[in-house]
Design a protein around this ligand. Sequence first.
Ligand code: PLP
Length: 396
Amino acid sequence: NIQLNLNVRGLGDSATLAINQTSARLAAEGKQVYKLGLGQSPFPVPPSVVAALQAHAAEKDYLPVRGLYALREAVAAYHRRTQHLDFCAENILVGPGTKELMFLLQITYYGDLVVPSPSWVSYAPQAQIIGRKVRWLATQEKNDWRLMPEDLALFCSEDSSYPRIVILNYPANPTGSTYPAAELKALAKVARQYKVILLADEIYSGLHHQGQHVSIARYYPEGTIVSNGLSKWCGAGGWRLGTFAFPPALQWLLEGMASVASETYTSTSAPIQYAAIEGFADNPDIDHYIALSRRICGALGRHITKKLQQADVAVATPKGGFYLFPNFSAHAENLRARGIEDGPTLCARLLDETGVAILPGSDFGRPREELTARLAYVDFDGGAALAALAASGNHP
Ligand code: PLP
């Protein structure tokens, strides 16, 4: 009698994809839905990247499992150019989305997975699928939900011999926070001291709102894997292309992951890889597109933050990406009077009564009773916004 693998039982669809399906169904039924659930870039893919995809639409071959060499070179050059990180093509693994690469990583190593709470929805379910226990490290609202170096140090010192990978994602999904350089240096120092491997999930690196994104790999190059891809700053989430960059000391992990890839998906789609070479290229048009996107995300984030704060909802101004993580607890009493006692109920009722689709903080590792939620402010016409800003001349 064949049964469902226990690790898969109860998983359901990923929370962000599920809210997207629900939103689409309600919209199809004629309901006005504000799709602030799924974190999909509102911006169109830059024209030169689309043109590269079209030019290679007939490419039909299986490509090398680690990725096209020219793409690996382009990705290494991107990391050198944007972060002064000393990667070469051999250090790069290309995959069909960083989500898939993260799953490969989970399959490939022994040890703990340490994830700050709140964190992106899929890290923990991926661990569950392969039977790995996730160690959640709570962060605090007063610190903008950033992982504090002393908390990481305390955690690591409790069992310093155990091998572990810590995921650090910023600009962050779900909170929109980033780390100042001093904190990155302090986190890097702790990671080095306890020989922790860091997975720096930098998929939103291009969409920091002000100043420069700084990779923690600058401060801990020997122990940091840098994750990036086309999904967010290049607007091409549905194309599925992600990249991991490994320091030489962790090349064994790249090789292990490549073996698993070769026995599972073989290689990333050829046309997408050719297009990605263009996406990662040193191209002023793409820099301009990213600069405009950042500007729009920053301005919108500040505007919505202000509106929410005026409505007595606690929320920090996002520093990057297109997410906010409001806390509705100032309204707890009123909500309780309406039968709303926890985050999931709050979000379900919001969708039902107002058509606003957002996700409860519990989908991101927060306690169910907490009245936090993630709001992805992406339900607007990004192409029109880019065109209007470009035409205004009011841009960098
Ligand atoms: N990491 C974070 C923090 C994300 O928000 C996402 C997508 O929403 C991903 C990784 C996965 O991106 P992809 O698989 O499209 O590269």
